[in-house]
Design a binder for this molecule. Structure first.
Ligand code: NAI
Ligand code: SF4
Length: 442
């Protein structure tokens, strides 16, 4: 459970430089791929690895690659989604900051596999210093012949461009990102067509997350089967988890998929337990877009088995979401947290970030925020709880992009699991609005 694929060398002094990265075995995947493999063989290894998209959706990466259309004479693009903005998620930032060449090596191998000669890394605009780190690393790789024309004499050319993001959460949605990359307002497009058919400049495009692309070097060096042997079932490999909240040791951890949630929270190797003197109350396991779980359900499945850190085990039944592992934004709440306040906070975020194209999201996020605000501030009506459930249902599945669902699920799951707490706010408006007041099951 302690296997390291992405972070094995992350603490080596100077690993952000080309020379130290190379001394640690860096860029061997580029040599192997370009000199000894065909693009189809690389795609095959990634398929065998079973690696699932690490941005949040968990879509099989090899399958996405094999969907890429290849019309004669039309350029293809690889775009790395480094716009990481999901509340509670900061693992791509960590990877790019500490070991930028891992992403660049993955970009070269992946671009070669997809037949792309110009690829983009779209980085969250607020992270200007990370953009500079990446640009420096790209210049180093180019100077050593790993980027540019005729890489390592293979006849393959690749230009790598770093693009600062537009400064909006929605620009991380893949089609909004492509619009933004084209210089337009970041409004999501209707899918289908998927970017694999019509993406950047209407050309076939693969959009992959930073962590997904960074895994490809290890897969090429060690083989897809070796990768698939790590993890559990269809959740193969390792996953970076951004751990935050009321724990002793917040940070970024690389875990082998299949690790019990309980071990991840309580073992010293990872989060080290809840902060001293406090009790575990609730968990958001995969960033703010996934449902919230009460402590007992976070640790144990309905059949009494331990819940695992995997795409399958972290699913909640009643919700249409593929997985609660999401982007791996693991936010832990102790008994001092008010679920109503937290839900209102998430709603405020989604309302602010809605691009406004579709009515259920534009209007619904606004209504949810207003109703939650009044419950939290002691003005809730008895019918407000059901009103929130009703609005969330009217948003879910009725919008252009997943932001609508992402806004609806935290509200619906909070009411489903913590309805008493919402009721308490309505029944005890004076008490509930005292500074620091939290429902404790009275
Ligand atoms: P999605 O399920 O719509 O798509 C997943 C990927 O598979 C996309 O790249 C899509 O183009 C591709 N795909 C699906 N079906 C396809 C087909 N038939 N042909 C070709 N390609 C196909 O989900 P999406 O919108 O990519 O991601 C949503 C997730 O992103 C949420 O669940 C959330 O957890 C996560 N998220 C992560 C953020 C972050 O900062 N890391 C920010 C916001 C959300
Ligand atoms: Fe825009 Fe929301 Fe519709 Fe997505 S769901 S396109 S963010 S209005």
């Amino acid at each position: 459970m302690t296997k390291k694929i992405l972070t094995e060398h992350i603490n080596v002094p100077g690993i952000e430089t080309f020379d130290v990265y190379r001394q640690q075995g860096g860029y061997t995947a580029v040599e192997k791929a370009l000199k000894t493999m065909t693009p189809d063989e690389i795609v095959e290894e990634v398929k065998k690895a079973g690696v699932r998209g690490r941005g949040g959706a968990g879509f099989p990466m090899g399958m996405k690659w094999s969907f890429l259309a290849k019309p004669e004479g039309v350029p293809r693009y690889l775009v790395c989604n480094a716009d990481e903005s999901e509340p509670g998620t900061f693992k791509d930032h960590y990877l790019m900051k500490h070991i930028p060449h891992l992403l660049i090596e993955g970009m070269i191998v992946s671009s070669f596999a997809l037949g792309a000669n110009k690829s983009f890394i779209y980085v969250r605009g607020e992270l200007m210093y990370v953009i500079r780190i990446l640009e420096k690393a790209i210049a180093e790789a180019k100077a050593k012949g790993f980027l540019g024309k005729n890489i390592l004499g293979s006849g393959y050319d690749l230009e790598l461009v770093v693009q600062p993001g537009g400064g909006a959460y929605i620009c991380g949605e893949e089609t909004a990102l492509l619009e933004s990359l084209e210089g337009k307002r970041g409004n999501p497009r209707n899918k289908p067509p998927f970017p694999a058919v019509k993406g950047l400049y209407q050309c076939p495009t693969v959009v992959n997350n930073v962590e997904s692309i960074a895994t490809t070097s290890w897969i090429i060096n060690n083989g897809g089967d070796a990768y698939a042997a790590i993890g559990i079932g269809r959740s193969t490999g390792t996953k970076l988890i951004s751990a935050s909240g009321h724990m002793r040791k917040p940070g970024v951890y690389e875990i082998e998929l299949g690790l019990p949630v309980e071990d991840f929270i309580y073992a010293d190797e990872w989060c080290g337990g809840i902060r001293p003197g406090h009790k575990f109350k609730a968990l958001v396991a995969g960033g703010s877009s996934v449902p919230i779980l009460p402590a007992n359900l976070a640790l144990t499945l309905a059949n009494g088995e331990k819940r695992l850190m995997s795409y399958e085990s972290l699913s909640d039944g009643g919700f249409a979401t593929g997985t609660m592992l999401g982007s791996g934004g693991f936010i832990l709440f102790d008994e001092t947290s008010c679920i109503v306040k937290n839900t209102w906070n998430f709603s405020r975020f989604y309302h602010h970030e809605s691009c406004g194209q579709c009515s259920p999201c534009r209007e619904g996020t606004g209504w949810m925020e207003k109703v939650l605000h009044r419950i939290e501030h002691g003005h809730g009506h008895q019918h407000d709880i059901d009103l929130l459930v009703d609005v969330s249902k009217k948003i879910e599945g009725n919008t252009i992009c997943p932001l609508g669902d992402a806004a609806a699920w935290p509200v619906a799951s909070a009411i489903r699991h913590f309805r008493d707490e919402f009721q308490w706010h309505i029944d005890h408006p004076t008490e509930a609005t005292q500074p620091g007041a939290v429902y404790r099951g009275e």
